[in-house]
Ligand binder design. Structure first.
Ligand code: CTP
Ligand code: CA
Length: 224
């Protein structure tokens, strides 16, 4: 029994992970999206499942598949993702928000396909609700909440301010300046900050190995 406990340290823990992009509809055939593949979130969900956790994966549109058994909730828009997250969050011991959620969504979705009538066309957009910040407000003392920050400049400063503003336990900085990091590729380069502003820098690795590093940092918080 002891060996099982050692290999499945997260048995009995509930983990929620978000992954992938969101699609914001413009009309019945068009949307605003982003280049997120979902790979990072799926790798994190798999890693937690392999450690024995009960995983709920909330994902935007992606071709990825999980390798372990878990509850998967497919969503499309930021609003859908918000709703699913609010429902699942209360039961989660650990939440990792790796989805690339749209910051803006069209004010109106056209019921019919928009025709190319005029020579210029502009879309009116409004801010989406920040799901991670909302969960940060709802968080209780025994829940762990981990967010991501995708930055191209002033990375450390922006990442640390997101950690504080959104009431997170850890933030994973993804720098697009680094070669070997990004949306469509299989490697990633991360830096993790905790609430004590301690910084851990990781080498460029496969997204599976990065997922292991992220899980290990979270396991340290559980032990502390
Ligand atoms: N996020 C979210 N809901 C949104 C936007 C972002 O939950 N509507 C989450 C992402 O899942 C990620 C974190 O916020 O974990 C950081 O996303 P990022 O784009 O780096 O930061 P933003 O707060 O959106 O700020 P900005 O895009 O202006 O840098
Ligand atoms: Ca954003």
């Amino acid at each position: 029994a002891e060996t099982v406990a050692a290999s499945l340290p997260l048995r009995g823990k509930k983990v929620m992970v978000t992954a992938g992009p969101t699609y914001e509809a413009i009309d019945p055939v068009r949307f605003i999206g982003n280049h997120s593949s979902g790979k990072m979130g799926f790798a994190i969900a798999d890693q937690f499942a392999s450690l024995g956790a009960e995983v709920v994966l909330i994902t935007g549109p992606t071709a990825e598949k999980s390798n372990y058994s878990m509850k998967r909730i497919d969503v499309v828009s930021a609003a859908d993702m918000l709703e699913a997250c609010k429902t699942e969050f209360t039961q989660a011991d650990i939440t990792v928000m790796s989805a690339a959620v749209a910051d803006y969504t069209p004010v109106q979705k056209a019921d019919q396909k928009i025709k190319k009538n005029s020579s210029e066309f502009s879309l009116e957009l409004k801010k989406t609700e920040d799901i991670l910040a909302t969960l940060g407000q709802l968080k209780t003392a025994d829940q762990i909440l981990v967010g991501f920050a995708l930055e191209t400049q002033n990375e450390e400063e922006y990442a640390k301010s997101k950690l504080v503003k959104k009431n997170l336990d850890l933030i994973v900085l993804n720098s697009l300046n680094d070669k070997g990091a990004g949306f469509k590729i299989d490697t990633n380069k991360i830096t993790i900050f905790n609430k004590a502003a301690e910084k851990t820098v990781f080498e460029t690795k496969s997204k599976t190995e990065v997922a292991t590093d992220i899980c290990n940092e979270i396991l340290k918080l559980l032990k502390a």
